[in-house]
Ligand binder design. Sequence first.
Ligand code: FAD
Ligand code: UDP
Length: 370
Amino acid sequence: MYDWLIVGAGFAGSVLAERLANERGDRVLLVDRRPHIGGNAYDRYDDAGILIHQYGPHIFHTNSKAIFDYLSGFTAWRFYEHRVLGRVDGKLVPIPINLDTVNTLYGLSLTPEEFEGWLAARAEPVGEIRTSEDVVVSKVGRELYEKFFRGYTRKQWGVDPSELDKSVTARVPTRTNRDDRYFTDEFQFMPAQGYTRMFETMLRSPNIHVMLQTDYRDVKDVVPHRRTIYTGPIDEYFGFRFGKLPYRSLRFRHETLDQERYQPVGTVNYPMSEDYTRISEYKHLTGQVHPKTSITFEYPSAEGDPYYPIPRPENAELFKKYERLALATPDVWFVGRLATYRYYNMDQVVGQALATFRRISDALPAGADT
Ligand code: FAD
Ligand code: UDP
């Protein structure tokens, strides 16, 4: 008899498995239908021996010392600040848009103060900022919006930014200084030996049994367990009874090149015409030294594994219906990006899982079942 059946060995499922097993001594069966742990953060050495991220580039960043300290129990870190360039009008310019982006793109030499005025003269007043279009045009105006955001967002999400919640493009700020880091969080690091190694350490406990290539449906009625933590898509758990929740997918094209470097920074975005949104080169992220280099192209698609919940009002409504069912389902906790339909970064999922652990501890004192 397991105390817990945990579905999904990504951040949500693995953090909870670790906490329940090590803090409470609970017996945990952790299943994943994929052949590996780590969920979308899974990394592996490719045929050339280069550490790549199977599901696209994952950069850890957080402002939470508690989350950083928690994960530090399972890995050493490599300091890494991500930088992104955009290929726009034949030039490579910094993203997020900053002073250098505009000076390079238009051949100007504006100072930060002049740039503020330049932006103010182009920004379009928007009454209530609701959509992903509003966020950008109200800050930088329509021309930069079209160059940097409109095409990229239509590719990535399959809808126009005017049909997406403001939270999507609000992830990418505008800066009037020359700071060219993609993130400004206090803690920005990569796990020194990779994500998969960190997950292996997290799950190393006699109380945790991991079963891969195992679908929840195949074990739920066979393996005796008291309670469940589910981190897969919430609509699937309930047999899609209210209809499918839309998730956006990606196809990844991994390539190894017979050259030491491919591009000057970790990621180059292609916001204008290509079919792919971005190309990432892992050696920037990992610091690995190798005569070859491996890169990944991301091609957005409607079909395939669910990667991104799509933040739009009608999807939020549909999710709420499933959430009401979830709240009325005893002994099952729904956690993570797919089960709570939230466009969360890794650190937010870890935070959500740790908060769930605290709620479980309050509701079920350790040893209550024995
Ligand atoms: P997942 O990692 O998706 O894990 C869920 C697991 O459940 C999966 O392994 C799945 O196989 C399993 N599962 C589902 N249903 C079943 C079932 N029925 N039976 C068995 N197993 C099941 N975040 C950052 O902080 N920084 C980044 O740079 C970053 N880059 C990203 C890039 C891309 C391309 C993507 C898609 C995401 C990125 N993220 C990034 C977000 C990050 O991937 C997620 O926040 C995090 O991995 C979510 O963890 P999770 O455990 O909720 O879900
Ligand atoms: N975005 C854009 N152009 C860019 C970068 C981002 O239009 O050059 C928009 C796009 O809608 C994207 C969103 O901002 O999906 C969030 O970007 P982020 O890099 O955070 O996406 P993720 O890494 O989560 O795929």
